[in-house]
Design a protein around this ligand. Structure first.
Ligand code: SAM
Ligand code: SF4
Length: 458
């Protein structure tokens, strides 16, 4: 098992079989590895997102959810525009840098009305990031909301097993959900998705497919929670998901998508005392405190136990496990560790940025030749950047998604002192999760094809 974990830590790639093996295994090594990768890639900061559940009205009938339209035991509500803006203002005053607006899927607000609300929230100081979690919309509606200031969108795929999806989502269509995620990516939202763990008939193979799906769409956030049966739903007698299995799915997701945001979900805490803290020690780096007022919070019962999860003493609890509350909006890649471990944070290392700009303008002929071949996603749709600062170094070419760096060496790299420098540099870059390929100027001049093959094979 250890070899699979080591491979995942190093390459962030696993096959479906390997994922299934990890899901079957019961050692803590997986959780420790996910915690280590979390620390290396996104650091010790915890992003707090203030959650406003602004309406529990839903037209859908997901078999697992307490808010489903056919559940007549729910007292339905919708907050007014002013109430939502007031809650958002309170959250910003309390120091939250992200507002998450969640609801059932309905048309209680048109996209234009929601856009007005977003525009008001964006006027708050400091301007918060806004995440929406309001279900499937048309491309046009997603566009309107993006334009009004929505930064992120959470839409769990729930399960990638199309048969199961159909069974538990009457009158919904897997392909449309996938279309929504694609639209959101194309519209430049930060995209969150995720799955329910422990649905009846769900297999470990299908959970492995879910994880591979997250990787394939290169999601920016992944929310994973155990399915908890609700008494007023068709799945009321189901066994429900286990905390341990949900934790494994989450930990493997961290290994494969090292620099994304992963919440310690409320369902984890609802199922197990201290579950949120355990999740934060097994790969998670986000908590979403619910700031909806108590009188309506009770009506947003998607599963039992949810409404009694509290956030008391959260800061102390985080401190006890050596974590700190992050002060930024927490976009993917914002962590100073993700790309640039300067204490000034990413993009704020003026000297390095200036130097990188200079190098970009003054590439060697060999660098230019390779750049002309790999730029604009020309090889296998891989996105390469050139002369990119990482920590105190500037690397020649980098594919962030694959965590691959290409370095071109001229003759001067043969000198003893330079060899030592290169080795230290490579060691540092490896420690940040990057693989470094070095090529000689000669190789570029005489065997460019061989180099491209090598890059592709890696
Ligand atoms: N209506 C929107 C949607 O479905 O995307 C957002 C709100 S919905 C209540 C948020 C999430 O709750 C869903 O994505 C689903 O995974 C989760 N959920 C629903 N019922 C659940 C249950 N019984 N146990 C655990 N999670 C559940
Ligand atoms: Fe509605 Fe979302 Fe619940 Fe499905 S999961 S019934 S879409 S609130």
């Amino acid at each position: 098992m250890q070899d699979i974990i080591e491979k995942a830590k190093k390459t962030h790639i696993l096959s479906k079989n390997e994922i299934v093996k990890l899901l079957k295994n019961n050692s803590d090594d997986l959780f420790n590895a996910a915690d280590e990768v979390r620390k290396n890639f996104v650091g010790d900061g915890i992003h707090l997102r203030a959650l406003i559940e602004f309406s529990n009205i839903c037209k859908n009938n997901c078999h697992y959810c307490g808010l489903r339209a056919e559940n007549t035991n729910v007292e339905r509500y919708v907050l007014s525009k002013d109430e939502i803006i007031k809650l958002a203002k309170n959250a910003v005053d309390m120091g939250f840098r992200t507002i998450v607006m969640q609801s059932g899927e309905s048309k209680v607000f048109s996209a234009d009305t929601l856009a007005d609300i977003l525009l008001e929230i964006k006027k708050l100081n400091p301007t918060p990031a806004i995440t929406l979690s309001i279900g499937e919309l048309t491309t046009e509606e997603y566009k309107i909301l993006k334009k009004a200031g929505a930064d992120r969108f959470l839409l769990r795929i729930e399960t990638t097993d199309k048969e199961l999806y159909k069974k538990y989502h009457p009158n919904m269509d897997f392909e449309n959900r996938a279309r929504c995620l694609k639209d959101l990516k194309e519209l430049d939202y930060e995209v969150g998705t995720g799955c329910l763990v422990g649905l009846p008939e769900q297999t470990l193979e299908s959970l492995a497919d879910d994880i591979l799906f997250f990787k394939e769409i290169n999601a920016d956030m992944i929310g994973i929670g155990p399915f908890i049966p609700h008494k007023d739903t068709p799945l009321k007698d189901a066994k429900g998901g286990s905390f341990e299995l949900a934790l494994k799915v989450m930990a493997i997701t961290r290994l494969l998508l090292p620099n994304i945001n992963i919440p310690a979900t409320t369902a984890m805490e609802a199922l197990k005392e201290n579950g949120r803290i355990i999740a934060l020690q097994s790969g998670a780096n986000v908590v979403m405190p619910n700031i909806t007022l108590d009188n309506v919070r009770k009506k947003y019962e998607i599963y039992p136990g949810k409404t009694s999860v509290t956030y008391d003493n959260l800061e102390n609890k985080l401190q006890q496990i050596g974590r700190i509350i992050s002060k930024d909006c927490g976009f993917r890649g914002d962590s100073p560790l993700t790309l640039n471990p300067s204490p000034l944070g990413r993009g704020k290392h003026p000297r390095k940025i200036k130097q990188a700009r200079y190098l970009r303008k003054n590439m060697t002929p060999q660098e230019r030749k390779l750049w002309n071949t790999i730029k604009n996603n020309q090889i296998n749709n891989l996105k390469f950047k050139r002369q990119h600062p990482i920590g105190e170094y500037i690397v020649d070419f980098i594919c962030i998604e694959k965590r691959l760096i290409l370095e071109i060496d001229g003759g001067q790299h043969n000198y003893k002192k330079n060899i030592r420098y290169d080795n230290e540099r490579t060691k540092y870059l490896n420690s940040r999760g990057f693989q470094v390929l070095r090529f000689w100027n000669n190789d570029i001049d005489n065997n460019l094809e061989g180099i491209i093959e090598k890059i592709l094979s890696v």
